[in-house]
Design a protein around this ligand. Structure first.
Ligand code: BMA
Length: 303
């Protein structure tokens, strides 16, 4: 049984139907905003730099209305944004009554995670980078734990690319760093792992959708896996599925700038239906859906 079912209308967003010249549109943040699905899409221009642009749809599947110009472009005042903004993840922070966007900004020192907040997706406040480079694939939890914000991210340390969790009292000073989900030598997720969309709160724990990389003779394969974290102590992994639930298969997942990539970065939950937005082959935005209940059952069985 297929847990994540691809939408028949895939890819839902492509560079040739973008309102201005773009080489690739992919790896979007996703959120439900004012009754619509709002995607903050990574757009790569023909210099090879990325910025973020909003696309909205009333149902999350079709009728996408794309902003005619970039929503968030790299700001020259912020040195870390020199070579662009990439791969945003979006979370609503109820205590601050604003959205937290964690994206990768590309500095001279390497990729690093930046925090940008907004209430309305029109005006944005920049908070700079969170932890030193090299770091990527980050999202905050939508709530605090014993008064501390928690960040999942993927630093590269001594060449190792595991998923980490860190804590902060104020979103500025970060500590209590721990490895959360390591790569598994020999497995499909042996070379690199990184968080996908922000963690999803369920009765059984925080559902993590992550990508795992295996390097092969003809390039890297980016597939998608699942894990479950303890609800109150999210540094504890309760379950981790052994098999991937989505991987490159369709033409649009092989035909692009980086063939063999499925890279989820945003979800929208409607009742039991989970819409998962992912970048395909670093070229286009795609959609797959799952039943949240089925994903949790699968983790109970396979985790
Ligand atoms: C990762 C990120 C993603 C990209 C993926 C596949 O390291 O840079 O933006 O989609 O590689 O190229």
């Amino acid at each position: 049984m297929e847990l994540l079912k691809r939408y028949e209308g895939n890819p839902i967003l492509t560079p040739d139907r973008w309102p201005y010249p773009a080489n690739a549109v992919f790896n979007p943040g996703a959120v439900e905003f004012r009754g619509e699905v709002l995607l903050l899409v990574r757009v790569e221009d023909f210099r090879g730099f990325s910025h973020l642009t909003i696309a909205r749809s009333p149902d999350g599947y079709s009728d996408w209305e794309i902003s005619p110009e970039p929503t968030l472009s790299p700001d020259p005042e912020y040195a870390e944004e020199r070579w662009g903004l990439e791969d945003p993840r979006i979370v609503w922070l109820p205590d601050r009554e604003e959205y937290a966007i964690t994206c990768v900004s590309f500095s001279k020192g390497g990729p690093v995670v930046s925090l940008i907040t907004t209430r309305d997706f029109r005006e944005f406040s920049r908070h700079g980078s969170l932890v030193p480079p090299e770091d990527k694939d980050a999202a905050l939890f939508p709530r605090t734990f014993r008064g501390r914000y928690a960040l999942i991210h993927r630093p590269i340390i001594r060449g190792e690319a595991h998923i980490w969790i860190s804590f902060s009292p104020d979103l500025r000073y970060w500590g209590e760093h721990r490895v959360l989900l390591p790569v598994r030598p020999g497995w499909w997720d042996c070379h690199r792992v990184g968080l996908g969309p922000p963690p999803i709160e369920t009765d059984e724990g925080w559902l993590l959708i992550y990508h795992g990389v295996r390097v092969t003779a003809s390039g890297s394969l980016y597939r998608v896996g699942l894990a479950l974290l303890d609800l109150d102590e999210p540094w504890k992994v309760v379950r981790r599925a052994s098999t991937w639930i989505l991987g490159p298969r369709e033409d649009y997942e092989f035909r692009g700038d980086v063939p063999g990539v499925t890279f989820p970065t945003g979800t929208v939950l409607r009742g039991d239906e989970l819409l998962v937005y992912y970048g395909a082959a670093d070229k286009a935005v795609c959609l797959a859906r799952a039943s949240l209940r089925e994903l949790l059952e699968f983790l109970r069985r396979e985790g």
